[in-house]
Design a protein around this ligand. Sequence first.
Ligand SMILES: CC(C)(COP(=O)(O)OP(=O)(O)OC[C@H]1O[C@@H](n2cnc3c(N)ncnc32)[C@H](O)[C@@H]1OP(=O)(O)O)[C@@H](O)C(=O)NCCC(=O)NCCS
Length: 182
Amino acid sequence: MNIPTLATDRFVLRAFREDDVPALTVLHSDPEVMRYLRTNGETELRPRQAWDYMAVQMGHWLLKGYGKWVLADRTTDELIGRVGYFDPPYEWPGLELGWTLSRRVWGQGYATEAARLALDWGFETLRTDEIISAINPDNNASIRVAERLGQQYLRDDQLNGAPCRIYGLTRQGWHKRRHSHS
Ligand SMILES: CC(C)(COP(=O)(O)OP(=O)(O)OC[C@H]1O[C@@H](n2cnc3c(N)ncnc32)[C@H](O)[C@@H]1OP(=O)(O)O)[C@@H](O)C(=O)NCCC(=O)NCCS
């Protein structure tokens, strides 16, 4: 299938490749990065687990027509994060947009820029009326990203046994924001 590539001046959103495994293993082994994401207490990830993760994301694209991208450095093409959609039909609160970046690029607006690109692609391409993000209530950096995108707090929920807050933006809200920014 054709997984779209989206680009800005600073980075590219592209499909996962097997040579991303080392960088994804490093990303998933950083306890600061995984602080609000890992619920099973595991800290070190093995390359095989990163490969399995990638295989699920690529399978998600095949099954649903959308999914997660690698956030890659525009110059080196190296994986510096992952951004995009996850929406299994079971035990998941909805069409979710997520963002996880390597610590060395935090605080430079990459997450917001990449998530906005993915959000625009989602509303332009998919038939959904709402895009949500499920965020740990203590994850302030991520809550700020959601708010910058225009997502609003909807409700408290549970995900993989941990509490989360659901933020969301409707298609109507997205249109309004686009209009007010143009
Ligand atoms: C959540 C996460 C992606 C947010 O990263 P981040 O670097 O804080 O977010 P951004 O890249 O959008 O950067 C925002 C900051 O960069 C600044 N910024 C925005 N645009 C900028 C630009 N063009 N140049 C420089 N700085 C910029 C903003 O002022 C903002 O700082 P502030 O929060 O102090 O106001 C990151 O903390 C992370 O990967 N966490 C671990 C994984 C995780 O928890 N993911 C979320 C699961 S729900």
